[in-house]
Write a protein of this length. Structure first.
Length: 257
């Protein structure tokens, strides 16, 4: 297990939000924390502690009035820690190179590789042509519906018809270097991890997977490590003391070591 830090940017600010509350129409979200420091500050902190493969996520859609301010923050973070952070949010073949050249180690993509609720392999191949498999992370964030975990897109607002299971992971793992998977129903709620999802991911033995959602105590971390067999990496957002939560950053680093 590795700790993969996050820098979530919404309306031009570093924030922690309740994932299921995000709305494009009004650029609104239920906020757990709004940082007084910019994205570059957190990037420098992660660099100081030699933590790699964290992610910078731009939570505004590209038509938002806040998009340019959010993008500016993301680029500052990448410049502060070249090669140390992954970048996601509105990534396409047309702009992927910009973020890689700006310092991103990988680009993270969801919405572009789904169309009409299904995997768009044509778009997936276009992305791979621009980034290469080794610099592409697929975000397969999901929500529970009818006792199955369905991948959701467009900042977690739209359900696809694709169920996240071992077959889907096997199929998509040949196109990317890692998976990032938010359990959207518990994201930002500090109510514990999505156990069923973690069990499914822990039973799969493939490329690296980073899980995010609901971790708010060290007992959650122990459970994640046990159920996931130590193979699943973890992101902690709202529960981290850097973002107003109770879990100390240094204690988390010590735990994963």
């Amino acid at each position: 297990m590795e700790f993969r830090p996050c820098i979530d940017i919404h309306n031009g600010c570093v924030k922690q939000i309740v994932g299921s509350s995000l709305k494009d129409a009004s650029d609104a979200a239920a906020e757990n924390f709004i940082a007084g420091k910019d994205a570059a500050y957190y990037a420098c902190l992660y660099k100081e502690h030699h933590i790699k493969n964290g992610h910078v996520i731009m939570l505004n859609h590209r038509q938002s009035d806040y998009y340019e301010a959010t993008k500016e923050q993301a680029l500052k973070a990448l410049a502060a820690y070249p090669g140390g952070l992954q970048a996601g949010g509105g990534i396409t073949p047309e702009n992927a190179a910009q973020y890689l050249e700006a310092g991103a180690s990988h680009v993270i993509v969801t919405s572009y590789v789904f169309r009409d609720g299904r995997i768009d392999f044509e778009n997936l191949h276009k992305l791979m042509k621009e980034t290469g498999k080794e610099k592409l992370v697929l975000d397969l964030s999901c929500r529970l519906k009818n006792e199955s975990y369905y991948i959701v897109t467009d900042r977690w607002q739209k359900y696809t018809d694709v169920i996240l299971n071992h077959k889907t992971l096997d199929e998509l793992s040949s196109y990317c270097n890692e998976f990032l998977i938010h359990a959207v129903d518990v994201e930002g709620k500090a109510q514990g991890i999505e156990t069923g999802l973690v069990e499914m991911l822990g039973a799969w033995n493939g490329i690296p997977v980073t899980y995010a959602g609901g971790v708010h105590t060290f007992e959650d971390l122990r459970k994640l490590r046990e159920i996931g067999g130590g193979r699943i990496h973890v992101t902690i957002g709202s529960a981290l003391d850097l973002f107003g939560g109770p879990m100390k950053f240094e204690d988390i680093l010590e735990f994963v070591r």
